[in-house]
Design a protein around this ligand. Sequence first.
Ligand code: PA5
Length: 409
Amino acid sequence: MKNRLYFNRLENLETVKEELFNSIQEEQKSIGYYNLPKQDISSILEYANSFNKKIKNIVVVGIGGSSLGAKAIYNFLKPIQNIKRRLFFFESTDPLNISELIKEINMGKSHFIIISKSGGTVETISIFKYIYAKDRNSDRYTFITDSGSNLDRFAKSIGSKVFHIPSTVGGRFSVLTAVGLVPLSLSGIDIKALLKGARRIKKAFFEKGEMTSILLDKAIFYTKNHAQYGINTIFAYSEGLKYFTEWYVQLWGESLGKIQKNSILNIGLTPIGLIGPKDQHSFLQLIMEGKRDKSVTFIKIEEHKPPFKIPDITLPHLEALDILNGIEFGDLINMQCDSIIEAILNQKDIPTDEIILPRVDEKSIGELIYYYELLTSLVGHLLNINTYNQNGVEAGKIILKEKLKRLKR
Ligand code: PA5
């Protein structure tokens, strides 16, 4: 992938960059996600290869970091993939959503993957209970959780297969653990290639090259200017990246909205996910003429497929649009993206950059995922916050459990 920064990179910050780089290098010892690109996935591949061929649906029950990553990668790759098994995601306690999904999956041809790092999340366990009450066959379930969690104990007690999440990898950084790799490999996605993509970015960053200075400069720019440009928008020109933007919103929001260390200051950067060209006809107006509080990162696919062309036909009254004739849709969507970049750059005061993925494949999405994880860690470090906790999210979970306990009294 390529990343072009169109904003002015801040100068004379060599010491800051050196310190930041060293801190991130040091952090690798305690924060587990950094090392995931190079892991032994033989047990996952073995499990996927020997999986029951009659199972056609893989149903993931999980929320937040336990579902968004696999959902993002699956939806990006689905259109080009020879899908072995369809993935479904139960993430909501909305009864209509549960009932719709239950109707859509054929329980007899489905396998359920229950994912919860803590092993006690209300949404996940309530939905699991609903499904389990309908089918108590333990072969129908695989569990992915922390070793020793209550869910781990339960899974073992019924004799189901369990994968563990490394204790040093947090929920929203866990897509490259069993959390993402197990469902993705069952659907036929090449998880080796996915990790290869992530490895490329890791190498490019830690071996100190162009990617190092891009990521450091971008993180420094976002942090230094966060008081003005506190909203970071991704504008992705690919329908397949819709769920990637959801994953990004969770990663950025839950990691970077915090109280500063040794301080009382609430601080945060606000993520927004947009999809082009659709959002050219909505949110773009706010970027172009609204308050100057947003940075924009465009994501473009260099080589789109299939090579569908706009037919060379002239329609009465629509002759002015014959300029479209013979153009491939893939070229059109990229010209649309380029035109919006140009229009934004003409404004001069909207920090903009562009990420170009070569094509829709495992390596590209692996690169993109790892790039954003690294950027999140870098910004979190500069903001002087704990990127990896989520006290704000935990607070709501605790209150809900209290309310539920009171109901039973
Ligand atoms: O990033 C996080 O830690 C959270 O978003 C969790 O992934 C989410 O709350 C689900 O938690 P769990 O996997 O413990 O069920």
